[in-house]
Design a binder for this molecule. Structure first.
Ligand code: ADP
Ligand code: MG
Length: 356
């Protein structure tokens, strides 16, 4: 009886910050009730720092009001696993999960979203990397700010370190003002080569900032790199969501799970009067999610601070916590929670392969 009641509470009680239930967060639950003692062990497949701060005390409080006579303990542990990719066998060497960030169009804020998701997760205590695969316009070096140069170890590159994360970009390897005039196939090849010789240090998540669009290069990359999942970034207007559909279809045809869609520049809040306006229209991404049965991972505001902080090499998610950093923490958490619900890659117990 009591066990059922506890399960019911776990089924309906929502994390106050993320607004998700234990099931929606894919938490593994172990409930032990002995006499007047109740122990609830929860295992999360994603970083738990925010759950420790928000969910745990709130859940404990909820349980205590229902079961006043019990001595209640809630423990949450973190176990980030390697999930299946579109390829049989193991994932990328040194990486549990690779997440491609794509958009149908350039300029929708794909790189901005990538650095902010990655820095939010690094800040929450997991091991995160960024691979800048946007060879036409590598912007990750600018957005991560000044770093030490890439180190070479034997036949390998060691990624640079910035804001607690590991990063690699062609921008770190070539002079930034040197125009890249390589053609398509060579471009894809050089990128895969770069990925091949980069030694990632035991990452939970590697974000890959793909070049905008859905052409041959993108297709080659998503076919050759073992990807656990993809995130599609769009702005709300029709031209952008139409292109985002193409990206969703590209992942569907290559057998890659789309975790969801992030709508960027959803609303603009006037810094003078606080008036909120949907400059690029509204509801575009939500409609896209309904059509393609995928999740709206979040809506990000159009805010001058986001641009400025990225331009200065100190992305918003690395700033003092406030309502704007919270937006990125929420989207980052939604993304990895969604990932935690995907099938596990059991082949990953063995040494990982290298991309050829
Ligand atoms: N939510 C936002 N609010 C304000 N400026 C943004 C936002 N998202 C992106 N930007 C700015 O828009 C420009 C394009 O973003 P970027 O991330 O480089 O796009 P993409 O990688 O898709 O080409 C950059 O100057 C960036 O700072
Ligand atoms: Mg970009």
């Amino acid at each position: 009886m009591t066990l059922e009641a506890v399960k019911n509470i776990l089924d309906s009680f929502k994390d106050p910050f993320l607004n998700l239930t234990a099931n929606e967060m894919h938490l593994e639950q172990k409930i032990v009730i002995e006499k007047r003692a109740m122990t609830i062990n929860l295992i999360a497949g994603f970083p738990i720092e925010l759950l420790e701060i928000n969910y745990k005390p709130a859940l404990l409080n909820e349980l205590q009001t229902h079961f006043a006579k019990y001595q209640i303990t809630v423990a949450i542990s973190q176990f980030i696993r390697a999930h299946k990719t579109q390829m049989a066998g193991k994932g990328l060497r040194g990486v549990k999960n690779t997440i491609a960030v794509a958009s149908g169009k350039g300029g929708v804020g794909k790189s901005t979203v990538t650095v902010n998701l990655a820095s939010a997760l690094a800040r929450l205590g997991c091991r995160v990397g960024i691979l800048d695969a946007d060879i036409y316009g590598p912007s990750i070096p600018l957005m991560l700010g000044q770093t030490d140069p890439v180190q070479i170890s034997g036949d390998h590159y060691l990624p640079v370190l910035a804001h607690g994360l590991q990063a690699m970009s062609i921008g770190y390897l070539t002079q930034t003002d040197q125009a890249l005039i390589w053609r398509g196939p060579m471009l894809a090849k050089s990128l895969i080569q770069m990925l091949d010789i980069t030694l990632w240090d035991e990452l939970d998540y590697l974000f890959i900032d793909l070049p905008p669009g859905t052409g041959d290069i993108q297709l080659t990359l998503v076919q050759k790199i073992p990807l656990t999942a993809a995130i599609v970034v769009t702005t709300p207007q029709n031209v952008a969501t139409l292109d985002a559909q193409k990206a969703i279809k590209m992942f569907a045809t290559t057998g890659i799970d789309v975790l969801g869609i992030i709508e960027n520049m959803s609303t603009h809040v006037c810094s003078q009067c606080g008036h909120e306006e949907a400059i690029f229209g509204s509801g575009g991404a939500l409609e896209l999610c309904a059509t393609h049965h995928t999740t709206l991972l979040g809506e990000l505001p159009l805010d001058g601070r986001i641009r400025e902080q990225c331009d200065n090499g100190t992305p918003t998610a690395t700033q003092q916590p406030d309502e704007l950093t919270d937006v990125f923490f929420k989207v980052a958490m939604r993304s990895v929670i969604e990932l935690a619900g995907k099938p596990i890659n059991y082949a990953d117990k063995f040494p990982r392969i290298v991309v050829e």
